[in-house]
Write a protein that binds this ligand. Structure first.
Ligand code: ATP
Ligand code: MG
Length: 368
């Protein structure tokens, strides 16, 4: 971009002045030669004047051409940038002979999966896990532990470097990307909204949904309340990238969008981290009905959200450090126990101390 802009600016700085310079020299030459001719009687002064006017008239369109050419150079520089984006090839592509599996039951198997974003720093190593259809799995653990990486792999935004991920017992690279993406509902850590109204943004989950379905989804997500407080309700514009809404509001809308899509597998990565506890409690009721019978992954730093998960995985340095239900892990008295009791203590403090932060820092402290 820098090189292209530099070239464009350089060319436009060259063209216009050189055309003007040529014009000035031409007029200078006419005056010099015409002046001499008028002294010897070959040309009248009026004739010279007329000739200069004609020459200037002729130069205008040429100067315009130079200006257009300079602008074109700028446009080409911008177009190069746009084309480099539209021509970029995704890392993950459909394999030849890939197919759409039809309905998915939701059994997921990670088989010795190893993965790294850059080749030198492994994020997951030999990760294995089997999830039964309808199970709710919660992932907790310190920041940078690899929780988002696990769901990124499952969504096939990336593919394992080694090992396999199976859906219903079949390696998912045999399926088309579209068939996987359309069956997995994801609410990400950083939700993305498109400029448009709230209604349009929720409907993006299922393009042919009726208005009533959109509003039901918003109810389930706990978003209806705040939407009704906006001037235009569901028709309120969200701004570029949703910048007219708060992060919590964006999270609720992207949740409603996923609910509307009725996916077979549901993933929430810190989906409710910026929502207040009251809205969250309300939302959880709706979520319970939705998650019933669906395979789901929930990542949360706020542990109250995931107590009812069938299995809780403590993920640390790309490995499963602990696994079990909430009660089992508390009884174990290990990392989860420390995370949980610490958060609980924090909340108790918060109840008495108005200056206390509501949520503890994300990372787990060393055992006291
Ligand atoms: N796009 C990326 N490119 C390169 N490295 C990445 C990328 N995303 C994550 N990583 C690295 O992978 C490791 C695991 O990150 P991951 O996002 O899975 O952590 P996490 O458990 O989700 O953390 P958090 O609780 O903060 O969301 C980190 O060390 C991080 O630096
Ligand atoms: Mg994450």
């Amino acid at each position: 971009m820098y090189r292209a802009s530099y070239r464009a600016t350089w060319l436009s700085a060259l063209f216009l002045p050189s055309v003007q310079l040529v014009t000035a020299f031409a007029v200078g030459a006419i005056v010099w030669y015409g002046g001499y001719q008028s002294t010897i009687g070959g040309l009248s002064v009026g004739g010279i004047q007329a000739f200069i006017s004609y020459i200037t008239f002729m130069m205008w369109p040429i100067q315009d051409l130079a200006r257009v050419f300079a602008e074109m150079q700028h446009a080409i520089a911008s177009a190069e940038r746009i084309f480099s984006l539209t021509d970029s090839v995704p890392d993950v592509l459909d394999r030849p002979n890939s197919y759409d599996p039809g309905t998915i039951r939701g059994k997921i198997t990670f088989e010795n999966v190893s993965f790294s974003y850059d080749d030198d720093q492994p994020v997951l190593e030999n990760f294995s896990l089997e999830i039964q259809p309808g199970e709710m799995i919660a992932l907790v653990g310190p920041t940078g532990g690899g929780k988002s990486t696990i769901v990124n792999l499952l969504c096939r935004f990336y593919e394992p470097k080694e090992g396999h991920i199976l859906i219903d017992g079949i390696d998912y690279t045999q399926f088309t990307l579209h068939s996987i993406h359309s069956r997995i509902g994801v609410v990400l850590q950083t939700p993305h909204l498109f400029s448009g109204s709230i209604r349009e943004n929720i409907r993006y989950g299922k393009l042919d949904a009726l208005d009533l379905d959109v509003e039901n989804a918003a109810h389930l997500a706990g978003a209806h309340e705040f939407i009704m407080h906006l001037d235009k309700g569901y028709d309120e514009p969200v701004g570029e990238g949703g910048n007219l809404l708060s992060t919590g509001q964006k999270q609720l809308i992207s949740l409603a969008r996923a609910i509307l899509a009725q996916p077979e597998i549901f993933i929430m990565d810190e989906a409710t981290s910026s929502v207040d506890t009251l809205t969250e409690a309300y939302l959880q009721k709706g979520m319970e009905a939705l998650l019933e019978g669906r395979t789901s992954f929930v990542i949360a730093h706020r542990l109250s959200t995931i107590k009812r998960a069938d299995r809780i995985l403590v993920v640390e340095n790309g490995r499963i450090a602990e696994m079990g239900t909430h009660n089992e892990l508390l009884r174990l008295g290990g990392k989860y126990y420390r995370l949980y009791t610490r958060q609980f203590r924090y909340q108790m403090h918060a109840a008495y101390d108005p200056f206390h932060k509501a949520d503890p820092p994300a990372s787990e402290p060393e055992a006291a």
